[in-house]
Design a protein around this ligand. Structure first.
Ligand code: 5GP
Length: 114
């Protein structure tokens, strides 16, 4: 299986602006931000998407959200609010086939999505 874009960033083959890193999860600034704050929270394990996760990934999925909430707090988004989003497949708007959670904030975000 060829390496995903995010695996290349995690491995330092492509530059990334890291805001968090541990042995299982990283967070980087999105290269094309859709909000004043736009961070991608990414598991080191290259799951294709949340649809490819299984019971063994349960703790990892929870930790992705906890890292998102912690970063939102640290970045001062908590009071105004923010959004954590997982896109899945073509209709979901997923363009990179490596599971990631978007953390978006810094402005009022529309709902429902277009
Ligand atoms: P998706 O559309 O799959 O839910 O989200 C993929 C995200 O990755 C997009 O928001 C896109 O801007 C971002 N992205 C694509 N290529 C790169 C890159 O090389 N570096 C970073 N930091 N983000 C990227």
């Amino acid at each position: 299986m060829s390496k995903t874009l995010f695996s290349k960033i995690i491995d330092g083959e492509i530059p990334g602006d890291f805001v968090y890193r541990d042995d299982r999860i990283v967070a980087i600034r999105d290269i094309g931000p859709k909000a004043p704050t736009h961070i991608l929270i990414i598991p080191v394990k290259p799951l294709r998407g949340v649809d490819a996760a299984s019971a063994e990934d349960q703790a990892l999925l929870g930790d992705l959200l906890l890292v998102g909430a912690r970063l939102a707090r640290e970045l001062g988004l908590e009071e105004a609010g923010y959004r954590l989003v997982i896109n899945v497949g073509a209709d979901g708007g997923q363009t990179v086939p490596h599971l990631h959670v978007h953390l978006l904030g810094g402005r009022a975000l529309g709902w429902p999505p277009g």
